[in-house]
Design a protein. Structure first.
Length: 386
């Protein structure tokens, strides 16, 4: 049985969600593989020294900033982080080589940015012939050194034509660039659901006669949701999903409202709430955008100085495909809702043209890569397995 490692970390939540979704579909398809989820930060800091020194995990600062909306300046911090990773490259190589030799995977699938140079080089040095695959969980790369590195022997799985173009422009061989029809999203977003929409809306205190927006800013929410709720309080029925941010949920519940409003904490039923809505409001994150579009929802997002570098192309993707309204600021949210509702059917038609089957395409891509590796019959790795 082949062992497939899915590499993730918890910064932002989307990388872990993608790994879990891929693991779930591989299990559902009964592939003859042993699939392991591997938290990269636990590999690099197995003793938890960073948490002991600082009182929090490495990704916690990032998630707290997302929840507070403190995203301006993160482009400069990204470049600083990448510089630190380059300085630490020899140490990362040693740690990762020891990890690969100890765990002996047959295929490594990365769902994280920034660390792929160290991972692919260490894997090649310790287990020659074991294939390495990077699955972009963003709609496009953010050169340099984010997802796609120059001159590295790895496979790239790209969810948009833009990402494919970037990979080829950086010298990747075409046979190692694999196009999918979108981003990985959870299997639940593909499952049919029998739902009496009007009855369920009434049960939750919503008015079936009103258009409904769902407001979602990832698993940790965002204080931007407060401004949106205040500006739309009198006019627009909203479902506000706050994730793990209990303080935000309490503040939203305390706001006065003229239109009905439903505040939801952490929930595993996001697909169900989306099916009660007519449109989506949120940040242009690749996961939440893809989930909303999969549920047939036109979107309202922002693109400004606070938008994270890796999410700026996503707003352009919305414009290019006519999937909704892109604002400079949520201060214009009332006008954006009116604009969207004025052509709701047109937006829905364009949204339905997006047919994202990436979750089911990637297992076939991985199977082909494993088959190719088996044909090459790498003797070094084979000897370690005996």
């Amino acid at each position: 049985m082949k062992t497939v490692d899915l590499i993730y970390f918890n910064a932002g939540g989307g990388h872990r969600a993608s790994a879990l979704a891929l693991q779930a579909v591989l299990r559902e398809q009964e592939r003859p593989w042993h699939v392991r989820l591997v938290d990269l930060f636990e590999v690099l800091d197995p003793q938890g020294k960073f948490r002991k020194m600082t009182g929090s995990a490495p990704e916690d600062w990032y998630n707290r900033r997302l929840a507070r909306g403190w995203t301006i300046g993160m482009a400069q911090e990204l470049r600083l982080l990448q510089g630190l990773i380059r300085l630490a490259h020899p140490m990362l190589l040693r740690q990762l080589q020891q990890h690969w030799l100890r765990t002996e995977p047959d295929l490594v699938v990365s769902l994280v940015p920034n660390f792929n140079r160290a991972m692919v080089e260490s894997l090649a040095a310790s287990l020659p012939g074991v294939p390495y695959v990077t699955v972009l969980t963003d709609l496009a790369d953010v050169p340099p050194h984010f997802w796609i590195e120059r001159d590295q022997r790895q496979h790239l799985v790209c969810g948009t034509p833009r990402a494919v173009e970037q990979a080829l422009a950086l010298g990747r061989a075409s046979e190692r660039v694999h196009a999918t029809s979108g981003m990985i999203i959870r299997p639940e977003f593909y499952q049919p659901m029998v739902l009496d929409r009007a009855r369920e809306q009434r049960r939750l205190g919503l008015d079936p006669a009103r258009p409904t927006g769902i407001v979602l800013f990832g698993g940790h929410g965002s204080k931007a949701m407060l401004g949106i709720a205040e500006r739309l309080a009198a006019s627009t029925q909203l479902i506000l999903v706050c994730g793990h941010n209990k303080a935000l949920a309490a503040r939203l519940n305390a706001l006065p409202a003229g239109a009905p409003r439903l505040v939801v904490g952490f929930s595993t039923e996001v697909p169900r709430y989306m099916r009660l809505a007519d449109f989506f409001i949120g940040k242009p994150g690749p996961g939440s955008l893809s989930e909303a579009v999969q549920q047939g929802l036109p979107v309202i997002v922002v693109d400004n100085a606070w938008t994270m570098l890796q999410e700026r192309y996503n707003a352009q993707w919305v414009r290019d495909n006519g999937l909704g309204v892109v604002l400079r600021s949520f201060r214009g949210i009332e006008r954006a809702v009116a604009q969207l509702l004025a052509d709701l059917d047109g937006h829905r038609t364009r949204v339905r043209r997006i047919d994202n089957r990436a979750l089911f395409e990637i297992p076939r891509i991985l199977e082909g890569i494993l088959d190719e590796a088996a044909l090459c019959s790498w003797p070094v790795h084979a000897s370690t397995k005996r």
